[in-house]
Design a protein. Sequence first.
Length: 118
Amino acid sequence: VQLVESGGGWVPPGGSLRLSCAASGFTFSRLAMSWYRQAPGKERELVAAISGAGVTTDYADSIKGRFTISRDNAKNTVYLQMNSLKPEDTAVYYCNTRTTGWPPRVYWGQGTQVTVSS
């Protein structure tokens, strides 16, 4: 299993970024995908999640209405569209998936840095 994030960078407050996570090594459409983030000195937190078919999504309260998670199962890619970015959104963003078999296995990408500052 390989998860490769891209799309991070610097953006001023109020700006937008779109993160991508290209997945390989498993049947992409069968697994839910998630985005997490970790700011300096803070614990890693769940930002958004999407079901395998892309029908169901869930968001952290702190980003509701500003971020949108989506996926393209034909491209084995999950996205995170981030709008109205705030300095407190600065973090390393990670793509994540968890297998449904036993024992469950959790996979992470290498992360992509998002910096929101003026």
